[in-house]
Design a binder for this molecule. Structure first.
Ligand SMILES: Nc1ncnc2c1ncn2[C@@H]1O[C@H](COP(=O)(O)OP(=O)(O)OP(=O)(O)O)[C@@H](O)[C@H]1O
Length: 192
């Protein structure tokens, strides 16, 4: 078992966001989380990642965790290569290979501010995949990529999951992406 969540309640002040959300994700499984905007999908991922401990319930994680946020969270003062090397714990050769895999060969010396948003997103994906996590959390990682790139990044994600077999939780608005990647799907609904 890599990820076990039993969230009884999560609120922001008077606003209840999550209630009785329970699941387990084993290595090699992909749980897609769908639901309308504002329903609590990103909040759920932040709880799973341990970034927010203010809830009732229990989350158990086993092994190294990597998360790809909706907005790329890169170190702006470090090159693309260093962003990869430092956070994924890989050497320069492995970092170059990881960049090439997301179509960023030759961009290793550039700073995040010199990359397009789509390139920053691909760098974030490369960083998570190079870390070979036991738990992979993806928060709408393909938003704002063009259709051809979404197809490429979905294929890459599929092969990374097949190779590394992380326990994956994948938040998306796109049913087609969920159908392609997920072994199970969960729809979050608004609380009454
Ligand atoms: N730090 C915060 N403080 C107060 N309220 C918050 C905070 N973070 C999120 N919320 C509220 O919690 C609810 C769920 O937000 P969340 O970002 O998890 O939704 P989401 O399902 O990921 O939405 P989207 O699909 O648009 O990204 C929203 O009503 C949001 O306003």
């Amino acid at each position: 078992m890599s990820l076990h969540a039993a969230i009884h309640a999560k609120s922001f002040g008077a606003l209840p966001v999550l209630r009785d959300v329970m699941f387990q994700v084993r290595r090699g499984e992909v749980l897609a989380v769908l639901g309308p905007s504002g329903v609590g999908k990103s909040t759920l991922l932040r709880l799973l990642a341990g970034l927010d401990a203010d809830f009732t319930g229990e989350i158990r994680r086993e092994g190294r965790l990597a998360m790809v946020f909706q907005e790329p969270t890169l170190m702006p003062w470090r090159t693309a290569l260093d962003n990869l090397r430092l956070t994924a714990g890989v050497d320069a050769t492995q970092a170059q290979a990881a960049l090439a895999r997301v179509g960023l060969a030759g961009k290793g010396g550039m700073y995040p501010g010199q990359l397009s948003l789509g390139q920053q997103r691909r760098l974030s994906l490369a960083r998570a995949y190079a870390a070979k996590p036991a738990i992979l959390l993806l928060d709408e990682p393909f938003v704002s990529l063009d259709t051809a790139l979404v197809t490429d990044m979905l294929a890459l994600t599929e092969s990374v999951i097949a190779e590394q077999r992380p326990a994956t939780v994948f938040v998306t608005h796109a049913q087609a992406e969920a159908d392609r990647l997920a072994t199970r799907q969960m729809m979050l609904g608004a609380l009454a």
